[in-house]
Design a protein around this ligand. Structure first.
Ligand SMILES: Nc1ncnc2c1ncn2[C@@H]1O[C@H](COP(=O)(O)OP(=O)(O)OP(=O)(O)O)[C@@H](O)[C@H]1O
Ligand SMILES: [Mg+2]
Length: 204
């Protein structure tokens, strides 16, 4: 079975991080040894600033250690509240061509721009393959993605299974998204998914 490459964040204050602030905890056995899409990322020459996001230990760590290599399949970013998971995932999603508030490359809206400048300092090393599709699911702003989906029209709603996310519960809308919009050969970023979705989907 071919699985998509998925990065998502998981809050769990009971998880003991081996690296202060952030740890790559687990990956599925189904994944290949290396991600087909983003194989490695690093932070280049951040400004000598002590303000957000450059003050975050995870950002300093990634800069000092030359970045991080990804394998295929699922990658979990786990850390304490406030450790920088969402900041890092957002920067990766933006650097990979997605909208900071969520959505695919086709979503270009900003309800309230609050993204950090970290993406400007991220270098992504891509594999030979390009993802067939990509999507950034950000639980806290999915309402705004739903509004934009309705504005974009029928084709975007059809891609989510035919029902506007505004007419579904949170959990239903996320399951719709994964069932209809996520495919093998895709690259997906999901922030705080655990709040809503069972992780029992399979891609063939
Ligand atoms: N726009 C911003 N401006 C300044 N500081 C911010 C901003 N966004 C987040 N922060 C701070 O950066 C730190 C990391 O925030 P982030 O949202 O990335 O954490 P997180 O690991 O995703 O936390 P949680 O588990 O609660 O979702 C926090 O201390 C937060 O207060
Ligand atoms: Mg977060």
């Amino acid at each position: 079975m071919t699985t998509p490459d998925i990065l998502f964040t998981l809050e769990d204050s009971s998880v003991k991080a081996q690296v202060r602030g952030l740890v790559d905890m687990d990956r599925t056995r189904q994944g290949s040894d290396r991600s087909r899409f983003i194989r490695h990322f690093r932070i280049d020459s951040p400004p000598g600033s002590s303000s957000y996001p450059f003050c975050l230990p995870v950002v300093k760590h990634l800069y000092e250690t030359g970045g991080f290599s990804l394998r295929g399949g699922l990658t979990f970013l786990v850390g304490e509240n406030g450790s920088g998971k969402s900041t890092l995932l957002e920067a990766l999603a933006v650097a990979a061509g997605m909208n900071a508030e969520g959505g695919s490359q086709n979503y270009r809206f900003a309800t309230r721009s609050s993204e950090s400048s970290l993406s400007q300092y991220l270098s992504l090393a891509w594999g030979m393959e390009k993802p067939r599709s990509r999507f950034f699911l950000r639980a806290e702003t999915y309402y705004n993605v739903a509004t934009e989906t309705e504005r974009l029209g029928h084709a975007q709603i059809a891609a989510l299974g035919g029902v506007s996310p505004h007419l579904r519960s949170h959990g239903e809308s996320f399951v719709d998204l994964m069932a209809h919009r996520f495919h093998a050969g895709g690259l997906y970023f999901m922030d705080e998914l655990r709040l809503h979705c069972p992780l029992t989907l399979a891609w063939g």
